[in-house]
Design a protein around this ligand. Structure first.
Ligand SMILES: Nc1ncnc2c1ncn2[C@@H]1O[C@H](COP(=O)(O)OP(=O)(O)O)[C@@H](O)[C@H]1O
Ligand SMILES: [Mg+2]
Length: 277
């Protein structure tokens, strides 16, 4: 494995309330994300996930500690544009991310800001829309798209900038089941096929089952980091963190506890069926 594409060292961050009291949102947090990884970030509300995401593309700057992207420190102003290009952030609300009146103009917007040549822009917009399977909608008005399509459009806008890493902060939270499936499938394909490093924040536990690694946050710190098999093995007290087991691991665990000789680490229904038959 290559060196980390993203690294934080002793990262702390405080929000100030009414100019006096301070809330510690990140507490001496160190982590490494490696090139090509698919990392899911979970944790209770207020555990610091969004604050961390905003540090990873230099939207927020550390109160203490450091953040590096491809070895570039976010502390240096001259690095910040490049960091934001290399690490694209998709937010929860699909409506807040639309800036233009057609799908293709929306994807082109970021490239124009970067000063990319017009002929290049056309090519990259087409490529990005192709990747998220939105090319037939290029001339459509973004506000008429479904939630899932809007999020795929937001992803295309980032892909056009040729990022190294895609950060997604609860991108499916406001979508219907179909939109969630579309966005998840797109993100997985980009990771597996296009080798984009993915950091995906979610409160839907079943969305984490295909991650390479899950990082569990609590009170601005990393409470646990491990594979989905490890996180959902029953050894980690998820309930204490206000988190739920996804249905299949929960069922497998209950069956084991009831005495069925099932192996640890069952995540998917196919695995469960195979073991039971
Ligand atoms: N803009 C803000 N002003 C003040 N406090 C904030 C702000 N944003 C987040 N916080 C606080 O920082 C902590 C971490 O929040 P956040 O990073 O949003 O967590 P998460 O994304 O895991 O829900 C929480 O205690 C939250 O209330
Ligand atoms: Mg959040």
């Amino acid at each position: 494995m290559n060196g980390p594409i993203i690294e934080t060292k002793g990262l702390s961050y405080f929000y100030s309330l009414d100019g006096q009291r301070e809330i510690r949102a990140l507490d001496n947090l160190s982590l490494q994300i490696y090139e090509g990884e698919y990392v899911c970030l979970i944790g209770p509300n207020g555990s610091g996930k969004s604050t961390l995401a905003r540090h990873l593309n230099a939207l927020l700057l550390p109160a203490a500690g450091e953040v590096y992207v491809d070895g570039l420190s976010t502390a240096l102003e001259e690095n910040r544009w490049e960091i934001r290009r290399r690490v694209g952030l998709v937010f929860q609300n699909p409506d807040n991310q639309i800036v233009a009146t057609t799908v293709e103009e929306d994807v082109a917007f970021g490239l124009e800001n970067l000063g990319v040549e017009p002929s290049q822009i056309l090519k990259r917009v087409e490529e990005a829309l192709e990747l998220v399977e939105m090319k037939p909608l290029a001339r459509h008005a973004p506000h008429l798209l479904s939630g899932g399509q809007k999020q795929r459009l937001a992803i295309a806008g980032i892909l056009a900038m040729r990022p190294r890493c895609l950060l997604l902060d609860e991108p499916t939270a406001m979508l219907d089941p179909r939109g969630r499936r579309e966005v998840l499938a797109t993100v997985r394909m980009l990771n597996r096929q296009e080798k984009v490093t993915v950091v995906h924040i979610t409160h839907f536990m079943e969305e984490t089952l295909e991650a390479d690694r899950i990082i569990v946050m609590d009170q601005g710190r990393i409470a646990y980091s491990g594979t989905p098999e490890e996180v959902f093995s029953g050894n980690l007290d998820l309930e204490a963190l206000g988190l739920e087991m996804p249905p299949i691991p929960a069922l497998a665990l209950a069956l084991r506890q009831a005495g069925l000789p099932l192996p640890l680490g069952i995540l998917h229904v196919e695995q469960l069926v195979e073991c039971l038959c």
